[in-house]
Design a protein around this ligand. Structure first.
Ligand code: ADQ
Length: 455
């Protein structure tokens, strides 16, 4: 059988026998471990020579990475990928910037990936590309004569055409995306938005096959593949006695009700409005004073981009102000932790929390929501409060769904979560667990791979 070649912006650092991180890394690794294959991406290093690293083998997996030059990093990574695409894909048009030179840098790095990758690929290998950094990679590989099956899975949302078209190079991007054979999305909403663009703005015509469009002289297939988590693995991590002891110690100096949030520090995650909603909760529900702690874990990410520095400054200010307004000598309502935690600390902490607030303004899926549900004790589960604009809300509709722009609504949901009877909590938890067991991480991976192979 042909090999699987996975390409993503970053290759996760993996060691044999070590637990892996969530989401992309875990899903990709499982796929590669089963059948063996190649994982290709950026090393994470910026060097003047932008060299190839020697390949590195872990079990049946070969890792191959390249460095980026300073100019590549600035134009491709900080510039077009994270300064333009990321905000627009998350409907934050006002936060986007656009420079043609950065778009050219993005194309150039996609070409560099293709140049380094092409000689490593066999003629019948299956190429599975991940995410918004590499929308033009298939186009670059085709230009080098590769006729392999190439698929892209977009981990972020795909926005309504009118939003995507605010990117001045939108037409070139879409044309490049159509060099893929299969485009995978997290939800039907994302897939429909993409097809809508093709039909209304690119002269596409639907073929008889569901989700397939004839456009730019070829047929592009699309599919919906909601990414999942390893439910039993998360629960086992949450329950391991040594992990639990650590979590209980961490909890010891918190009060009896813990509301938890865990995110990368990113403006798309809705942290500012979430802080405001917690403030509203404290103002509207004084009976909860002295009883509730809201813990926000948010390690900085992309911190050399101005919009990220700004949100960090704002949140630091807000956390101080809210605590200043409400804290007592023996009670600090908001704990704001700017660091990441190992999974064996995080999963038991999920299990300890009575509620988890996951309120992104937009999110492709949001794995924290799924991890929180998976980590719960089925007899005494906590309550998930989830933004209706997270991809996960399409599956987890038994959560308390909220509008992340409605601060009063989120405050009410917090109160409802903390006073919900155990029967209702169990019922909601079971419903969510059932969907998550069906839409597992294995299913995500297997369906995408099978569809790409089937062609
Ligand atoms: P992200 O935007 O990074 O992923 P998310 O889906 O929530 O968001 O995944 C984050 C992962 O990192 C989770 O596994 C979580 O446990 C971990 N994590 C987050 N904060 C952490 C912390 N402080 N310490 C330790 N671990 C932490 C992108 C898309 C999402 C999509 C995923 C997968 O933006 O919408 O769900 O890819 O497709």
């Amino acid at each position: 059988m042909s090999r699987l070649v996975v390409v993503s912006n970053r290759v996760a650092p993996i060691q044999e026998g070590e637990a892996t991180a969530g989401g992309l890394a875990a899903g990709v690794l499982d796929a590669l471990k089963q059948k063996g294959g190649l994982w290709f991406g950026w090393s994470g290093e910026v060097t003047e020579t932008s060299e190839h690293k020697p390949e590195h083998t872990v079990g049946p997996i070969t890792l191959f990475t390249i460095d980026l030059s300073r100019q590549d990093y600035d134009e491709f990574y900080r510039g077009f990928a994270n300064g333009t695409l990321w905000p627009v894909l998350h409907y934050q048009i006002g936060l986007g910037r656009f420079e043609w030179s950065e778009f050219e840098g993005y194309r150039r790095v996609n070409d560099r990936f293709a140049t380094a990758l092409a000689p490593l690929v066999g003629s019948d290998d299956l190429i599975w590309v991940h995410d918004y950094h590499l929308l033009c990679l298939a186009d670059s590989l085709r230009a080098k004569g590769l006729a392999n099956r190439i698929g892209l899975f977009l981990h972020t949302p795909f926005p309504a055409p009118g939003v995507f078209m605010t990117i001045p190079s939108h037409a070139a991007l879409i044309r490049s995306m159509c060099a893929y054979d299969l485009l995978g999305f997290q939800t039907e909403i994302d897939r429909t938005a993409f097809i809508d663009y093709l039909l209304r703005h690119a002269g596409g015509v639907q073929t008889g096959t569901e989700g397939a469009v004839h456009v730019f002289g070829r047929t592009v297939r699309t599919g919906v593949y909601p990414i999942g988590v390893h439910v039993d693995e998360v629960r086992a991590q949450a329950e391991t006695p040594i992990n639990r002891r650590q979590a209980t110690r961490m909890r010891a100096n918190l009060l009896e009700r813990l509301i938890l949030s865990v995110d990368r520090l990113d403006y798309s995650k809705g942290l500012r409005r979430r802080f405001a909603a917690f403030e509203r909760f404290l103002a509207d529900f004084p009976a909860q004073h002295g009883l509730v702690t809201f813990m926000q874990i948010a390690p900085p990410s992309r911190s050399d981009i101005e919009t990220y520095q700004q949100i960090r400054r704002e949140l630091e200010g807000e956390a101080g102000r809210i605590n200043g307004r409400f804290a007592e000598v023996d009670w600090v309502p908001l704990r704001y932790l700017n660091r990441s935690f190992a999974r064996n600390v995080l999963m038991p902490l999920y299990a300890e929390a009575q509620a988890c607030l996951v309120t992104p303004l937009r999110d492709g899926m949001n794995l924290v929501a799924k991890e929180y549900v998976a980590a719960q004790d089925p007899e005494e589960p906590g309550v998930l409060i989830l933004s209706e604009f997270a991809g996960a809300a399409r599956e987890l509709d038994a959560a308390l769904l909220v509008n992340p722009y409605d601060e009063a609504g989120m405050a009410q949901a917090m109160d409802k979560a903390l006073s919900m009877p155990v029967e209702e909590r169990q019922e909601r938890h079971q419903a969510m667990l059932k969907v998550m067991r069906t839409n597992s991480l294995e299913r995500w991976r297997d369906r995408f791979e099978a569809d790409l192979r089937a062609g």
